[in-house]
Design a binder for this molecule. Structure first.
Ligand SMILES: [Zn+2]
Length: 303
């Protein structure tokens, strides 16, 4: 069995979004599809392995965000079975709401970032429960429910390897900085803590976050994202309580992240890859929404 990291060259940047090609004893399996905008790049990477789309019968997505699964409907229309979290499955079959939800985040930039989205034929979509095993291409993957970044998020275990999607954070090769993707509306700090407990208990020998590539210091990365969830949450809450407006908070958050990143020795060029893989304004919106919802829930309880 071999794992190939396919660089989708998102926005002409290397090492921002990956798809993983698993070469098993009985064929090939794709983990993550990337968005429709990078489908030509994905097809070129597959061609470098002598493969055409018809050679890929099985596609697994960690979750349905467009940078991970935007092209899943295309693959399903071309005959692949698409394995997905049960909460994500309906949105691959009828992607209008998924597209609208992303439009609330990305506005005018939707098409240039993500291209488009195609509906997956229902019979090609296979919902996968927590703990369920998938056998394809002669290898077996086990689904691990890993909410926090999104409610519809699985990590997939293959041997002693974990495909963590966004659940272990975002990290670009050559950097020690782990960045937090906290998109609205689903970022949930408490659920993510439990997810990190689960991921730690798996004792993976290596993980493959979608952004980007193989990571061998797994305990370090999981510790960093745990710390980042806390530090970023605290940063945003303190400024909300101080009455800071959203746009000012975005500026403050970008500056704070850049400083942390550069203090970890990141090259200034790499910051662009991070921002492409994980726009920081998006996390500000996700974190602000999380705290507002929490305050509303507390107000309801004390009413
Ligand atoms: Zn995501």
């Amino acid at each position: 069995m071999q794992i190939h990291t396919l660089d989708l060259n998102f926005q002409n940047l290397s090492h921002a979004i990956a798809a993983y090609l698993i070469e098993g004893p009985e064929g090939y399996l794709l983990i993550e599809t990337g968005p429709m905008s990078t489908l030509p790049a994905l097809q070129s990477r597959l061609a470098e392995h002598g493969l055409s789309p018809g050679d890929i019968g099985d596609v697994v997505v960690t979750h349905i965000h467009l940078d991970h699964a935007g092209a899943a409907g295309w693959w399903a229309q071309h005959g692949a079975r698409v394995y997905v979290h049960p909460m994500g499955a309906p949105h691959l079959i009828e992607p209008e709401r998924l597209w609208q939800s992303a439009t609330r985040i990305y506005g005018e930039a939707m098409e240039s970032l993500w291209g488009s989205i195609l509906p997956a034929p229902a019979e090609q979509v296979i919902p996968v429960r927590d703990g369920q095993q998938i056998t394809a291409a002669g290898v077996t993957l086990r689904a691990i429910d890993t909410p926090g970044h999104a409610g519809h998020h699985h990590t997939y275990r293959l041997g002693d390897i974990g495909f963590t999607g966004d659940a272990a954070g975002v990290r670009v090769p050559g950097s020690d900085w782990v960045s937090l993707p906290a998109p609205p509306p689903e970022f949930n700090r408490e659920l993510w803590w439990k997810t990190l407990d689960r991921l730690e208990a798996e004792k993976f020998a290596a993980i493959y976050p979608t952004h980007y590539g193989r990571v061998e210091d797994v305990a370090y990365q999981l510790g960093e994202i745990r710390g980042m969830i806390e530090d970023a949450s605290t940063f945003v809450r303190a400024r909300m309580e101080g009455g800071m407006e959203r746009d000012d908070l975005v500026n403050a958050y970008v500056g704070w992240n850049r400083e942390r990143a550069l203090s970890r020795g990141m090259a200034a060029d790499d910051f662009a890859r991070y921002e492409a893989a994980n726009p920081l304004f998006m996390s500000v919106d996700g974190l602000m929404r999380y705290w507002r919802k929490r305050a509303e829930a507390e107000a309801r309880r004390s009413a």
